[in-house]
Design a protein around this ligand. Structure first.
Ligand code: SAM
Ligand code: SF4
Length: 335
């Protein structure tokens, strides 16, 4: 059978990257991501692992080459390794990369199996190296457990990239300790600008906003930096620290300048497809999935959704207020 036409959006961007949230649940309650007492979705609303498999497999057939599994915390979903194992059959058969973003709490248990499933790299979120701060920001997390998870991932041969949300007044003094620790351990490090997601007052939002241009400037005072041409189609920019050889990324979702190369869409655990992280428009693929056993109908529903991918998002921290805020939590769409 001929390969189907690839997914190309109205702005001529090929859609080759799918981020899939497999659960909205999590064993942590990071303050910038979730409320302490979250109302989670009823289990019946979630796609089953078989449905996730079917849907992701159709995306791969339509040209998705990279699949990132996220959440919520993906590794707390029951039997999630079945899904990884199922997706691993596409590696080298259309799919170039199968990867995940995790808080690291369950990595000690799953790192080996992930490696067996062809996962080569994991992103682990870590905002601080201090136990008490870690407990404060994650509310329910234990730093030691995450450190054990990271060590297990490294032992299993997985490359670890650390994702750190830059939070004013919280981890400003850990910029260099985090860089040093990652250099010693051989992990890449990416800083993320905090995004206006979920319910939070404007004052709280602006209070924690630490622009990455400031981090970059502070690093540049101590080291010489070479900007890297590497682009992922996403909001990350990379520099090389010449003195250590370390690669450091900056994810600035609040600047518009990455939208033109955006190659990704996001699938929620209920089967909604968000064509843009910063917009509310979505397509209900669960309905299409459950309406018919035909993958042709599902492909058509995906193609229709891609025709609605917007040119860009509207997040903006102006000096005085936050605009473009979207009310859903990051755990809903998957970070
Ligand atoms: N639980 C996993 C984890 O923490 O890595 C995966 C899901 S989490 C929603 C994905 C990423 O989103 C994490 O790196 C987290 O720090 C980031 N994140 C969550 N809320 C955010 C926000 N309001 N602004 C920026 N990044 C956020
Ligand atoms: Fe959970 Fe990740 Fe959100 Fe933290 S950032 S609450 S670990 S989903």
């Amino acid at each position: 059978m001929d390969a189907p036409a690839p997914l190309i959006d109205p702005f001529a961007r090929p859609i080759t990257y799918l981020r899939v949230s497999v659960t909205d649940r999590c064993d942590f309650r990071c303050t910038y991501c979730m409320a302490e007492h979250m109302q989670f979705l009823p289990k019946k609303d979630l796609l089953t692992l078989e449905e996730l498999d079917r849907l992701c497999s159709v995306f791969v057939r339509l040209g998705v080459r990279k699949l990132r599994v996220t959440g919520g915390e993906p590794l707390v979903r029951r039997n999630i390794m079945e899904f990884f194992r199922a997706m691993s059959r596409h590696l080298g058969q259309g799919l170039d990369e199968l990867t995940l973003t995790t808080n690291g709490s369950q990595l000690a248990r799953f790192a080996g199996e992930l490696a067996d499933c062809g996962v080569r790299r994991v992103n682990v979120s870590l905002d601080t190296l201090k136990d008490d701060r870690f407990a404060r920001i994650t509310r329910w997390g234990r730093l030691e457990q995450v450190m054990e998870g990271i060590a297990a991932a490294t032992s299993a041969g997985l490359r670890v990239k650390i994702n750190t949300v830059a939070l004013k007044g919280f981890n400003e003094d850990e910029l260099f300790p985090l860089l040093d620790w990652c250099a010693t351990e051989g992990h890449d490090l990416t800083f993320i600008e905090v995004m206006p997601m979920g319910e939070m007052t404007e004052e709280q939002r602006l209070g924690q906003y630490w622009p990455l241009s400031d981090l970059n400037a502070r690093i540049a005072e101590r080291f010489s930096l070479t900007p890297l041409a590497e682009r992922t189609g996403g909001p990350a920019r990379y520099v090389r620290i010449n003195e250590t050889g370390q690669k450091v990324g900056f994810i600035t979702p609040l600047t518009h300048n990455f939208c033109e190369s955006c190659n990704r869409v996001r699938l929620t655990c209920t089967g909604e497809l968000f064509m843009c992280l910063g917009q509310e428009d979505r397509a209900d693929l669960r309905a299409a999935l459950r309406a018919s056993p035909s993958d042709a109908d599902l492909s058509n529903a995906i193609r229709e959704a891609i025709t609605r991918k917007p040119k860009g998002h509207d997040f903006d921290y102006s000096r005085q207020h936050v605009s473009g805020q979207v009310s859903r939590y990051m755990s809903h769409t998957g970070g």
